[in-house]
Design a protein around this ligand. Structure first.
Ligand code: ZN
Length: 344
C-alpha cells in the first residue's frame, strides 16, 4: 500500500529545533496524490505531516520500496549500469576523503554498486540495505558484505569506521538526528560522514515534482548541516550539485562530540518559502531545464543501449567501471578491462 495511505500520526514538534509552529507548503506529492508537507517556521525544516508509523515505514522499505519505484525485486542490468555511473560520479566527491584501505560503510547500499567499486579500488567497504531483494543481490551476485536492515538492526562496532556514506537516505528516516547520532558512535575520532539528499530549494525540477511520498524530510544546506550538529558532529562543508538538485554535507566526528542543542535557524524558513514561491510553473517554463533534461535523457538512453549490449551481468559491468576509474586516477597502472564502457 502506498505510504500516503498509511499516514497515521501528526508530528508534535520539529525534529531539529523542537519548534511547534508549522506552515503548509504543499498538499500533494509529485503524482498528485494527497501528501501534506509543512515547514517549521523556526528552522526551515520541511517534512510530511501526518506520517506513517515506524512499523509501517520499516515494512515499506523492506518489501515495497524498490518494487514500487523500480518495478523489480532485484536490480536489472540497466539499473546496475545507471547506479554504477551514479556511484562513479559520487566517488569523485568521495576521493579526497578516502585513505588507502579506508574502512567505509555505505548505508542504504541499494544494489551494492558503490561498495563493489570501492572494494575493487582496494578499500575495506561494506553496506547495509533494508530491502531484502537488493541486499541479497549484492551478496549473491556481487559477493560483497551487506547486512540486511535499517538503523535499528545495524550491527557495527563502535569507533570502527573511517567513513560512512548516506546517499539519498536521510530524507527517508523517521528520526534523522537519532540516526546521525548512531553513525557518530560508529565513526572513529576524525572519521567522516558524507550525506547527500535532494535539495528542497532545487529549481531544476517542475515545481509540482518537488514532494515525494517516501521523503519524510526535505532539507536545504542549513537544515542538513544542523542535523549533523544536533548529532554532535562538526560540519566540514556543505555544497549543492551542479544543477542544484542535490545538497550534500561532510561532517567530522570530533574527539568530544558537540553539545546537541535544539536551536532555531533564523531566516531559513523565510528563504526557503521565497524560493518555493518564486519557482512557479510559469517561471520554470522560461528556464532551460524542461528542454535540456529530455535531450540528456535521450542521449543517456542511446549510450546505455550501446554499453548494455556488451555485458551479460552486473558484476563484469561494475568491474569495467572500476577499471575506468583506476585508469583515470592512475593512467599508467591497472590491467585493461575485458570490455570498454565507451560507446562505439
Ligand atoms: Zn524546526
Amino acid at each position: 500500500m502506498p505510504l500516503h495511505e498509511l499516514s497515521t500520526y501528526s508530528v508534535e514538534h520539529c525534529e531539529l529545533c523542537h519548534g511547534k509552529h508549522f506552515t503548509e507548503v504543499a498538499d500533494a506529492d509529485r503524482d498528485g496524490k494527497p501528501l501534506r508537507t509543512v515547514i517549521c517556521e523556526d528552522c526551515g525544516l520541511v517534512f510530511s505531516d501526518p506520517r506513517p508509523s515506524t512499523t509501517q515505514i520499516d515494512d515499506f522499505y523492506r518489501n515495497s520500496y524498490r518494487l514500487a519505484y523500480k518495478q523489480a525485486w532485484q536490480p536489472r542490468l540497466n539499473h546496475t549500469y545507471r547506479a554504477g555511473k551514479v556511484a562513479q560520479a559520487r566517488l569523485r566527491n568521495l576521493m579526497p576523503l578516502l585513505t588507502p584501505g579506508c574502512n567505509v560503510l555505505d548505508f542504504g547500499s541499494g544494489g551494492g554498486e558503490l561498495v563493489f567499486i570501492l572494494r575493487e579500488l582496494g578499500h575495506d567497504a561494506r553496506g547495509i540495505e533494508p530491502n531484502f531483494g537488493y541486499a541479497d543481490y549484492s551478496r549473491d551476485m556481487l559477493g560483497i558484505p551487506v547486512q540486511i536492515g535499517g538503523f535499528a538492526e545495524a550491527s557495527v562496532e563502535s569507533n570502527s569506521l573511517d567513513l560512512v556514506t548516506l546517499f539519498h537516505v536521510a530524507e527517508h528516516l523517521e528520526h534523522p538526528v537519532e540516526a546521525f547520532q548512531k553513525v557518530a558512535g560508529w565513526l572513529c575520532d576524525g572519521g567522516r560522514l558524507y550525506v547527500e539528499v535532494p535539495n528542497v530549494e532545487s529549481c531544476c525540477i517542475w515545481p509540482s515534482s518537488r514532494f515525494h511520498q517516501a521523503h519524510l524530510y526535505n532539507f536545504n544546506a542549513a537544515t542538513l548541516a544542523q542535523t549533523g550538529r544536533r548529532a554532535g558532529l562538526r560540519v566540514v562543508s556543505t555544497f549543492t550539485s551542479e544543477d542544484g538538485g542535490n545538497v550534500s554535507a561532510i561532517f567530522e566526528k570530533p574527539k568530544v562530540l558537540l553539545e546537541s542543542v535544539p536551536t532555531p535557524l533564523p531566516g531559513n524558513a523565510q528563504d526557503i518559502l521565497r524560493i518555493l514561491r518564486e519557482h512557479t510553473l510559469f517561471a520554470h517554463t522560461f528556464t532551460s531545464y524542461p528542454y535540456i533534461r529530455p535531450l540528456q535523457k535521450l542521449r543517456r538512453q542511446w549510450r546505455e543501449r550501446q554499453i548494455l549490449a556488451r555485458f551479460s551481468d552486473g558484476k563484469s559491468l561494475l568491474q569495467s567501471i572500476a577499471h575506468e576509474i583506476q585508469r583515470k586516477e592512475r593512467p599508467d597502472s591497472g590491467s585493461p578491462p575485458t570490455a570498454t564502457l565507451a560507446p562505439v
